[in-house]
Design a protein around this ligand. Structure first.
Ligand code: ADP
Length: 191
């Protein structure tokens, strides 16, 4: 079973690449951002709570996020594997994920980090804002906040998996198919 963390800053291309990888390897794609947006659209209590954080580019609190992620994983019986996209985003989410998977006699196969320079991220997010309809893409100060949160709160997740020797870096610059090729080479080496 492949349990991949697809990691990277906002705008790195995690969602885009996940759609290709899910199809190729028959994996379940769990994007915490997508799940929160689904809850916002449906005006659930979770969505109302998450919106207050997301609109400002802040992280939704760990306890809420971890509980949501675990219940999503538990919805799938005997999957061939998971791509975790946008999770874990803090060191404590990483520790919680490891403990949760260990309780199922499983664990993360690898964290694959899509590396994209900050200037390029800002250009991509500003471009995405034209079509995404996402409030958090629309304002430059919110984009900056998300990048800062990534640097301060999320990069420790890389160190967490480096210590476990599960960290793999992939360049996220290039055409979409080029990057998919890089990722499939990595995944094939894990199987
Ligand atoms: P991006 O990678 O472009 O920032 P996401 O869709 O992954 O977009 O996340 C959008 C927002 O959803 C984040 O800025 C944050 O507010 C919230 N969010 C997503 N995943 C998490 C998480 N694991 N922990 C806390 N908040 C999260």
């Amino acid at each position: 079973m492949i349990q991949l963390i697809l990691f990277g800053p906002p705008g790195a291309g995690k969602g885009t690449q996940s759609t290709f990888l899910v199809e190729k390897y028959n994996l379940v794609h769990l994007s915490t951002g997508d799940i929160f947006r689904y809850n916002i659209k449906n005006e659930t209590p979770l969505g109302k709570l998450a919106k207050t954080y997301m609109d400002e580019g802040k992280l939704v609190p760990d306890d809420v996020t971890i509980q949501m992620l675990e219940s999503e994983v538990n919805k799938h019986q005997n999957p061939e594997g998971f791509i975790f996209d946008g999770f874990p985003r803090t060191a404590s989410q990483a520790a919680a994920l490891d403990a949760f998977l260990a309780s199922k006699n499983s664990g993360i196969s690898a964290l694959v980090a899509l590396e994209v320079p900050e200037d390029e991220l800002k250009i991509r997010l500003a471009e995405r804002a034209k079509t995404s309809g996402r409030a958090d893409d629309a304002k430059p100060e919110v984009i900056q906040n998300r990048i800062d949160v990534y640097k301060n709160e999320t990069t420790p997740v890389m160190d967490h998996y480096k210590k476990q020797d599960k960290f793999i870096s992939v360049s996220g610059v290039g055409s979409i198919p080029e990057i998919t090729d890089r990722l499939t080479q990595v995944i094939d080496s894990l199987r």
